[in-house]
Write a protein that binds this ligand. Structure first.
Ligand code: GCV
Length: 723
C-alpha cells in the first residue's frame, strides 16, 4: 500500500472516530452495563479539567478492586491510562478512600460518620490549591460503591461540576437468589446452565465469578444465595462447603456475602440422625455444629434461606411444629456468628381447600412477633406466584413485628422466558409504591421493605436471578436490565424505574438521544404489553402446565387443582374471574380495612385487578362503557399490537449500536411478536368457546382453531425438566 493510501485511510479512520457519536463494535453482551467504551468527543469534552490523576490506595483487597475498576473504567471511557499519584499535584484529581485509608480524606474533615458501613459521598473539593473530586466512604465498601457511582456519572454523560452527592442503601440485605442445582441445571433459568462450576471448584475459580461480583457490586447487591430453594442436603457437606468458601473468597472484596438454601431434613440425610424434629436436642446440636463448621470456613457467611413445607419440601410442620419454631431453631444456630435466616412465606398446600392466594397470610399472620431477631420472613411480591400482574401480597403491612423481605423474580418464568422483551422495572415499582394502608395512607410496600414503617433495621430484598452461562449472562441483552433494575431498587426502593431504565440504556448501548428516548419508552411500555397479551384485567396463571411456556387457559391436566389455569380464571357461560370478595373466598379481608372495602366492591376495584377479585358477567359494563367481553378482546389485541410497534421502533434504530446485539434483539422481538399473537389468539379462541359471544366488530378472529392451539405440546422447554 503506498504512503498516500495509508495516510488517506488513517485520515478517514480519524474522521470517522471524530464524527462517530456511537462507537459501533461487535459486542456479545458479556460486559453488561460496565462496557466502558470510549466516550463521544463532546462528552469527553465535558470532563476536560476534571480527570487528571487518580489518588487511590490499594492496601486492602477492596481498595485494590476499587482502584482497579476506576483505572479500567477511566481508561476505557477516556482512551488513555489515568496516572496514579500519592497526592494531588494538579487540577482534576480523583481522590478515593476513607478517612482511615487516606490522610488526604482525613484532612478534608468530611462528614462520613452517618454514611453507615456502605454509604459514600462524592464531592468537588480543593486540595493543595487544586480542584479535585473526592469519593469517600466511612468504610472501604462505601468508597467502592462510590467509585461505581462515579463511573456511572461518566458513562451516562453527567456533568462533574458542583458534585455533592451522598448515598446510603435503604435496605440492608440486597440479595440474588439463584435457583441453581448442583448438577448445573437452573430451575426457571433461560440463560444456559448454572455459572457455578461446582465440579471444578474449589481449585478453578473462573474469571466469570469476578465479573459477576463486579456487576453486582456496581448496583449495590451485597449477597447471593448460591443454590435453589428446592434444596438438597449435599451443599452442606464438607466437600461442598469448601467450594462455597472458594466463591466467598472471590466475592468478599466486593462486599458480597454468600448464603445457602438449606434442606430442613439435612440432619437425617447427611447427619445420620433419625429425625429432623427441631425439638430433638441432637437435631439442634447438629445445626449448631454445622453453623460452626460453616463459619470456620467462611467467617462472613450470610445465613440460610429456607423453603419449608411448600411444594413438597420438608419442614417443621412434618413434626407438627410451626414455621416460627423451625426458623428460630436455625436462627439460634446462626446467631452467635451474626448470621440470619430468611424464611420463605411461599407456602400453600393441596390438602388445604382454601383459596391458594390466602394460604400464606393465614399461616404467617398469627406468627407475627414469634420470630427471633435474626429472622426475616421472605414474601413474594404477590399472593400467587410472580404473575405478570398481581396485587401486592397482603402480608406486607400485616406483620409489623417481623422484618419482611421482598422476593421478586428477575428470571421471566411467567413472562415469556428469554426472548420476550419485558422490562420489569414498572412491575417492581408498582408493587413497591402500592399503599398497604397498614398505618393509614402512605404506608407503602417500600416502607415495609426498608423498615421505616415499623422501625426495623434488619431489612432485605431478594431477586430470583436470571443469570446463566450464556455469553450475555441473562439470555438476552434486555434481560440484563432486569438484573440492573432489581439491584438499583434494592439499594433504594423509591427510585423511578424510568430513570433506572435510562441509566441502563445509556451504559449498555449509547448516550445518543435518538436511541435512548425511544428505547426507554419501549421498555417502559413492555410490561403492560405482556400483561395485555397474556393475562389482562386481573387474570393470572394461564400459562402452559409445569413449564409455564405459552398460553393454556383450558388446561386442567396438572395433578394439583391450584396449578391449573382453570382454577384461576373460573370462566363459565355466565362470566369469568375468581370471586375473592366476601361472598367468595374473602381474600379481600386479608388487606387493611379500607382496601378490603374497595376490593370487595366490584365497582371500586381497580380494573387491572377486576378478575383477580371478582367473578364478573361477560356483559358487565366496564368504565369505558364497553362490556367485559369487549374489553378482554381489546386488551389481548392491544398487547399483540404493542409488540408489533416495539419491533417497528427497533427497526428504526438500526445503525445506532453494534450489529450483533441489534440483530439479536430484532430477532427476539420477532419471536415475541409471533408469540404475543399466539397468546392473543389462543386465549380469545378459548374464552370465546366459553362465553359463546361473537367477536366485537372490527376484531380479527384467531388465526387457528381452538383445537389447534390445544394440540400444541412442548417437550423440551428450558428451565423445567427432570430435576
Ligand atoms: C423454586 C413456583 C415455581 C417453582 C419455584 C417455586 C418457589 O412454583 O414454578 O419453580 O421453585 O415457585 O418459589 O419455590
Amino acid at each position: 500500500m503506498n504512503t498516500f493510501l495509508r495516510c488517506l485511510i488513517a485520515l478517514v479512520l480519524m474522521l470517522a472516530m471524530m464524527l462517530n457519536t456511537t462507537p459501533v463494535h461487535a459486542e456479545d453482551g458479556y460486559d453488561l452495563w460496565l462496557r466502558y467504551r470510549l466516550l463521544a468527543p463532546e462528552q469527553a469534552g465535558l470532563y476536560r479539567g476534571h480527570l487528571s490523576q487518580l489518588v487511590a490506595g490499594s492496601g486492602t483487597p477492596t481498595q485494590a478492586v476499587t482502584r482497579g475498576e476506576l483505572q479500567r473504567g477511566l481508561a476505557g471511557l477516556l482512551g488513555h491510562e489515568m496516572p496514579l499519584s500519592d497526592t494531588v499535584t494538579r487540577d482534576g484529581a480523583i481522590i478515593v478512600g476513607t478517612p482511615k485509608s487516606s490522610a488526604l480524606i482525613e484532612h478534608l474533615s468530611l462528614n462520613t460518620q452517618d454514611l453507615g458501613n456502605e454509604g459514600y459521598l462524592i464531592r468537588n473539593v480543593v486540595v493543595n490549591g487544586h480542584t479535585a473530586t473526592v469519593i469517600a466512604g466511612r468504610e472501604d465498601i462505601g468508597a467502592m460503591y462510590g467509585a461505581f457511582h462515579f463511573l456511572r456519572l461518566l458513562q451516562t454523560g453527567q456533568p462533574l461540576d458542583h458534585l455533592d452527592l451522598r448515598e446510603s442503601p435503604h435496605v440492608k440485605l440486597r440479595l440474588l437468589n439463584h435457583w441453581d442445582y448442583l448438577n448445573g441445571q437452573v430451575e426457571r433459568g433461560y440463560a444456559g446452565t448454572s455459572i457455578w462450576d461446582w465440579w471444578k471448584l474449589p481449585d478453578w475459580r473462573a474469571p466469570r465469578y469476578t465479573d459477576y461480583a463486579r456487576a453486582n457490586a456496581s448496583i449495590g447487591i451485597n449477597g447471593t444465595v448460591l443454590n435453589n430453594v428446592n434444596a438438597g442436603a449435599t451443599i452442606l457437606t464438607p466437600e461442598y462447603l469448601q467450594k462455597v468458601a472458594a466463591l466467598a473468597d472471590v466475592f468478599r472484596p466486593y462486599g458480597i456475602r454468600v448464603y445457602l438454601s438449606i434442606r430442613f431434613s439435612a440432619p437425617v440425610e447427611i447427619g445420620g440422625l433419625k429425625t429432623a424434629d427441631l425439638l430433638d436436642p441432637q437435631v439442634q446440636a447438629w445445626w449448631r455444629a454445622k453453623a460452626d463448621e460453616i463459619y470456620k470456613r467462611i467467617p462472613d457467611f450470610g445465613g440460610f434461606l429456607v423453603k419449608a413445607n411448600s411444594e413438597g419440601q420438608p419442614g417443621p410442620e412434618d413434626y407438627h411444629r410451626t414455621h416460627a419454631e423451625g426458623a428460630n431453631m436455625l436462627a439460634d444456630a446462626l446467631a452467635p456468628h451474626g448470621g440470619v435466616v430468611m424464611w420463605r412465606a411461599f407456602v400453600y398446600s393441596q390438602a388445604n381447600p382454601d383459596d391458594r392466594a390466602k394460604q400464606a397470610y393465614t399461616e404467617f399472620k398469627p406468627l407475627d412477633g414469634r420470630f427471633r431477631a435474626n429472622v426475616l420472613v421472605q414474601v413474594k411480591n404477590g399472593p400467587v406466584d410472580f404473575q405478570p400482574r398481581e396485587p401486592f401480597h397482603p402480608l406486607f403491612g400485616a406483620m409489623p413485628k417481623t422484618p419482611l423481605m421482598m422476593e421478586f423474580e428477575i428470571t421471566k418464568e411467567y413472562l415469556g422466558f428469554a426472548t420476550h422483551l419485558v422490562y420489569l422495572g414498572p412491575l417492581y415499582e408498582e408493587v413497591l409504591s402500592a399503599d398497604t394502608m397498614a398505618h393509614g395512607k402512605g404506608s407503602t410496600v417500600a416502607k415495609v421493605i426498608d423498615g421505616s414503617l415499623d422501625d426495623h433495621t434488619l431489612t432485605g430484598m431478594a431477586g430470583v436471578a436470571n443469570i446463566g452461562t450464556d455469553r450475555n449472562w441473562c439470555g438476552s441483552d434486555f434481560n440484563q436490565a432486569n438484573w440492573y433494575v432489581f439491584g438499583r431498587l434494592a439499594w433504594n426502593p423509591s427510585l423511578s424505574s424510568r430513570a433506572i431504565a435510562e441509566e441502563w440504556v445509556r451504559m449498555t448501548f449509547t448516550n445518543n438521544e435518538a436511541f435512548v428516548k425511544p428505547v426507554v419508552d419501549m421498555m417502559m411500555g413492555s410490561r403492560e404489553a405482556a400483561v395485555d397479551y397474556m393475562t389482562p384485567l386481573g387474570l393470572l396463571h394461564l400459562m402452559g402446565p409445569g413449564h409455564h411456556y405459552g398460553p393454556a387457559p383450558w388446561d386442567a391436566s396438572e395433578s394439583r387443582a391450584d396449578w391449573r389455569p382453570v382454577y384461576y380464571h373460573r370462566a363459565d357461560h355466565q362470566g369469568i374471574g375468581f370471586d375473592r370478595s366476601r361472598a367468595g373466598s374473602d381474600a379481600v379481608d386479608q388487606y387493611a380495612p379500607l382496601l378490603a372495602v374497595q376490593f370487595n366492591d366490584v365497582k371500586q376495584t381497580p380494573e387491572q385487578f377486576l378478575l383477580y377479585f371478582h367473578h364478573v358477567p361477560w356483559d358487565y359494563r366496564m368504565r369505558s362503557g364497553n362490556t367485559l367481553w369487549y374489553e378482554l378482546v381489546a386488551h389481548y389485541t392491544r398487547g399483540a399490537d404493542d409488540v408489533k410497534r416495539m419491533l417497528e421502533t427497533w427497526r428504526h434504530l438500526d445503525g445506532y449500536i453494534d450489529k450483533e446485539r441489534y440483530n439479536q434483539v430484532a430477532t427476539f422481538l420477532a419471536i415475541q411478536e409471533k408469540e404475543a399473537q399466539w397468546w392473543r389468539d389462543a386465549c380469545i379462541a378459548y374464552f370465546q368457546s366459553i362465553s359463546g359471544l361473537p367477536l366485537p366488530p372490527g376484531y380479527v378472529p384467531p388465526q387457528h382453531s381452538l383445537q389447534y392451539y390445544q394440540s400444541l405440546s412442548f417437550p423440551y422447554v428450558p428451565g423445567f425438566s427432570s430435576w
